[in-house]
Ligand binder design. Structure first.
Ligand code: DGL
Length: 280
């Protein structure tokens, strides 16, 4: 008998996509969830567009052959804004990408000044320019790109202290820019950053709304797969660099992952070994 519960593969360069996985879990859709992090190539935000357009489809093509999802979420703004078309062309299942939440930020601001916090690659992308031109033409948009915040989120999930200098630099980059004192909404346009939302909010000079795309993606996934309400099940997590797995174990266990896979490197990206996560 065919298993009716649909299987979703959530993909990111590192742990950032876990913020999207968390939102899918919180949405209460009956789905099976797997996770793949290309952390051997982290951070994507400092890679060239050409490299990302080659790497992301190759990796996802190989993994989807083995893990056979019904849908793939590219839970990475940096990859979505440059490589979604080539990922879609490489796969036979639907692909949902992340869009920087500029439209809801523009709808929410009262002051007319919004911040966009992303990776250095995403802040300068034509895709981001187009979103701003389309949805926030009458707003003042202050952008800041940070690769250090990506590393800080990775450290946090490994149980290390959060790098407060990275937080302070990002806050200064937004609120210290001309007009930045008026920012009342910040679009978190990197999936790593919701993992640091409390730290960012605590360091900001004023109360702001911190928006991310997690809930919107969860809604889109559930509607595309016509997923019934029910208990989501979190299954496998795969990493292209297995060196971090032990340090990430508590963060993975908390989310209910039952298995951690060490993925081989290009071009095969084979699941080299499957090791059970010790249950708590
Ligand atoms: N989490 C990714 C994003 O949403 C990028 C992190 C990285 O630079 O690898 O953009």
């Amino acid at each position: 008998m065919v298993n009716a519960v649909k299987r979703v593969l959530v993909f990111d360069s590192g742990v950032g996509g876990l913020s999207v996985l968390d939102a899918i879990v919180a949405s209460g859709a009956a789905l099976e969830l797997d996770y793949v992090a290309d952390n051997a190539w982290l951070p994507y935000g400092l890679k060239s567009d050409a490299d990302l357009r080659a790497r992301a489809p190759a990796l996802l093509h190989s993994i989807t052959q083995q893990w056979v999802p019904d849908l793939v979420v590219v839970a990475c703004n940096t990859a979505s804004t440059i490589a979604l078309d080539v990922v879609r062309a490489a796969l036979t299942v639907p692909v949902v990408g992340v869009v920087p939440p500029i439209k809801p930020a523009a709808a929410l601001t009262r002051t007319g000044v919004i911040g966009v916090l992303a990776t250095p690659a995403t802040v300068r992308r034509a895709y981001t320019n187009d979103l701003i031109a389309q949805f926030a033409p009458d707003k003042r948009v202050i952008r800041f790109g940070s690769a250090a915040l990506v590393a800080a989120a990775e450290q946090k999930l490994r149980g290390e202290p959060v790098n407060q200098a990275a937080i302070a630099e990002a806050i200064e980059g937004l609120f210290g820019a001309p007009g930045g004192a008026q920012i009342d909404v910040v679009a978190l346009a990197c999936t790593h950053f919701p993992l640091l939302d409390k730290e960012l909010a605590a360091a900001a000079p004023r109360a702001c709304a911190w928006l991310d795309s997690g809930e919107a993606i969860a809604r889109r996934v559930a509607s595309l797969l016509i997923a019934p309400r029910g208990a989501p099940r979190v299954n496998r997590a795969g990493f292209t660099d297995a060196g971090v797995i032990n340090a990430l174990r508590p963060a993975l266990e908390t989310r209910g992952f039952s298995t951690v896979a060490r993925l081989g490197d290009s071009p095969a990206f084979d699941a080299l070994a499957l090791s059970g996560v010790a249950s708590a």
